[in-house]
Design a protein around this ligand. Structure first.
Ligand SMILES: CC(C)(COP(=O)(O)OP(=O)(O)OC[C@H]1O[C@@H](n2cnc3c(N)ncnc32)[C@H](O)[C@@H]1OP(=O)(O)O)[C@@H](O)C(=O)NCCC(=O)NCCS
Length: 337
């Protein structure tokens, strides 16, 4: 299927925003011996986008400007064993268990970020999502002010009139399986921030359901309206509404019939699904039936950026995910007190 123009424009915009900044972020890749990762690292250096750090044994033909870190021989390993034990103190981790964990490349990479030796990490070209997520959760953990890590897909639609210049944010399609109302509220708040950071648009957030404004009655509907109440209390200035069916969220004519007066219905650019089932199925349907490009999942709510690749990724995908990670580093910097 052809890549929508909105996807090309999105990637070009991300690269130009990262290159405009003064910072060259240090991005660590746990799969340093994968050839897609090595190719992407070489491109990050050549195009002066970021400083790539690779976990693994340095090959004889390492690209110029790319640094390798081997957990088996790195002088950093000893510090990371202590850091990991400290982070997992409540779990009573032994020295041996910590050594075993730090030897895993995804833990070594996440600990580099936690220790401040790298700014962000990108893994999952070979490792499973579960392995990458667990390392990020255990070593980096949630950001101050949140307890939940979730994810967002940027959907680039063939119709440039959809969302913001053809771009929309969908969440959470890959991490939180069955969010409670407060968790759904956290996902909505984090995704609104991702819409600002990644898409560069003011978020218009729809909390999706099979019901619009009380048309259906069920505890699953109550969960969504409770999430709306929580978000409104915490972030009153956010343009959010719910519960809304997908057609009411997206189509102005339907919005007039089902949710008259809503400032979100008919013009949403950020869709919050009620659980992982609906979000994961929903984004894949839009991708496969509507010809959208799904970019992500990008993790949100972490204290420092970490992102997961799909195992079928290309070296371009690795490069683009690193660029997104740089933007998240920039965003984190701008929010530091
Ligand atoms: C994300 C996931 C791997 C976490 O699994 P887990 O077994 O809870 O992971 P861990 O036990 O290593 O988690 C470490 C800590 O992070 C916490 N944690 C788990 N998920 C979290 C989240 N979303 N946000 C914040 N903290 C979280 C755990 O409670 C645990 O805390 P503790 O150390 O105080 O006990 C799991 O929720 C999952 O499999 N999600 C679905 C992923 C999936 O299949 N996606 C499909 C589409 S790609």
């Amino acid at each position: 299927m052809a890549v929508p123009e909105s996807a090309r424009a999105f990637v070009a915009d991300l690269i130009s925003r990262v290159r405009q900044s003064q910072n060259r972020w240090r991005i660590v890749f746990p799969e340093g011996n994968d050839e897609r990762v090595v190719a992407a690292a070489g491109r990050l250096v050549r195009e002066n986008v970021a400083q790539p750090l690779l976990v693994g044994k340095a090959p004889s033909n390492a690209p110029e400007g790319v640094q390798f870190f081997d957990p088996a021989s790195s002088p950093l390993t000893r510090n990371y064993v202590s850091l990991y034990r400290e982070r997992r103190r409540a779990k009573g981790i032994t020295e041996f268990e910590a050594q075993e964990a730090v030897r895993k490349p995804e833990f070594f990479a996440a600990l580099m970020v936690a220790a401040g030796d790298a700014d962000g990490t990108v893994g999952g070209a070979v490792l499973s999502s579960r392995e990458v997520l667990k390392a990020a959760l255990q070593c980096i953990g949630p950001a101050k002010g949140t307890r939940l890590v979730s994810s967002v897909f940027v959907m680039a639609m063939p119709d440039p009139g959809a969302g913001h210049k053809g771009l929309m944010a969908f969440a959470d399609g890959s991490v939180v399986i069955d969010p409670s109302a407060p968790e759904l509220a956290e996902i909505a708040i984090a995704t609104a921030e991702s819409t600002r950071t990644l898409i560069g648009a003011e978020p218009v957030v729809a909390l999706l359901s099979f019901s619009t404004k009380g048309s259906g009655r069920h505890k699953q509907v109550d969960k969504v309206s409770e999430a709306l109440r929580i978000v409104k209390a915490r972030v009153p200035e956010l343009n959010i509404d719910g519960e809304l069916q997908a057609d009411a969220a997206l189509v102005p004519e339907v919005a007039k019939l089902k949710a008259l007066g809503s400032t979100v219905a008919g013009r949403a650019n950020t869709l919050i699904f009620p659980d992982l089932n609906s979000a994961n199925i929903g984004y894949k349907l839009v991708e496969r039936l509507a010809g959208a490009s799904a970019m992500g999942p990008f993790l949100q709510g972490l204290a420092k950026p970490a992102n997961d690749l799909s195992r079928g990724c290309s070296s371009d995908d690795v490069f683009h995910t690193a660029v997104v990670t740089c933007l998240q580093c920039q965003q984190a910097l701008s929010q530091r007190p």
